[in-house]
Design a protein around this ligand. Sequence first.
Ligand SMILES: C[S@@+](CC[C@H](N)C(=O)[O-])C[C@H]1O[C@@H](n2cnc3c(N)ncnc32)[C@H](O)[C@@H]1O
Length: 414
Amino acid sequence: MTDATDARLAAQYEAYPYPERDPRDEAKRLIVGSPSHLLEVDHWVFGARRPASQPLRALVAGGGTGDGTIMLAQHLAAAGRPGEVTWLDRSAAARRIAEARAAARRLENIRFVEGSLLELPESGLGPFDYIDCCGVLHHLPDPLAGLRALASVLAPGGGLGLMVYAPHGRTGVYMLQDALRLLAPPGEPPAQRVEAARRLWKQAPETAWLRRNPWLTDHISGGDAGLYDLLLNPRDVAFTVPAFAALLAEAGLRPACWVEPARYDPDLYLTDPKLRARTATLSPLQRAALAEAVTGNMGIHIVYAVRAEDPEPARPWEDPEAIPVLRQMDGPALAKGLPRDGTLPVAFDGLRVIRPMPRLAGAILQRVDGRRRLGEIADELAANGTPRETFWRDMAALRSTMEGLNRLLLAAPA
Ligand SMILES: C[S@@+](CC[C@H](N)C(=O)[O-])C[C@H]1O[C@@H](n2cnc3c(N)ncnc32)[C@H](O)[C@@H]1O
């Protein structure tokens, strides 16, 4: 089902493929993020149980100019892992950029398909082990229909990586969208609307909430595509935690992980014992909803989702054969920089919290290189006089802090 607003959305991404990217930049850097970082997919979707040698059939639905596609395909290629990433989008302009980025990297594990994700059920595409849909569902005429279309091509045991907008961290956006509907109505040429938005941003008084919102920068640093996407988008709806969880449930899915998990734990900053007594009675979903309402800074939700009936994978944190891995961090450097007082200060979009670190944190992290098994690390520490039970106790504490930050994960087995 499409409508006039959806036709305008399609026109937007033809005029301003999103995000604004220059394929020449591929020579300088790989853009990484969530969802669809391969380490996250291995850990959060497959519970570090799915062999790396098993080909990964991935779909990036609404792939845009290619950020998720390029990252996942590059991760697979760099690790010599089999699989194919299917980029699907209905923007031909976005496809040209995504294809040029893939060519710049000489990636041969991407397939480009132009079309609507709403037509996936009858497309003949799939099934897919992993489906990315980042920043797309909230633009659709019917997000549930979109999610169901994705779920229809999900292979048994597979999972999705989703990102949708969240309301509180977007404070100020919808007010300026309202203003721009008056100043530069949707029917006007896109370039004219962008110009009006730029003029408005220059003149919007200091009371405009977006001026006070430091977490959104697309209108400042995202070029015309970013400005258009944020302030002129014909349709974007934001989901609270309960609303997004309800959407997942209606599509027969459930969250396997909210990223980063610690952000969704109100106990990180609610230390008052009387409040703690209350938070202890809440379900995980209620606790996540509370965290969202109290912090007020979440502008997106990133969720790894699996079928509601699939069992929670028990990640093998106590298995000596399991291989711990750091996501975008260097173990020795991290170990060297750790404060000596048994804490780790972290910040999530301005929310500063202090997390506990066990005594052996440095000794363990220094050995986490994505190759050593937990058992090998235990052996090395035992050779230095650390009892094994002390290792496993501190390892559990380290995991509790760093898995919650989405930083310490378990690698896929060979
Ligand atoms: C905000 S962009 C997100 C791009 C990319 N996923 C990312 O996160 O960088 C939204 C994308 O969804 C695509 N899109 C919107 N509706 C779609 C549909 N029904 N089928 C396929 N793609 C769609 C748009 O063309 C656009 O490229």
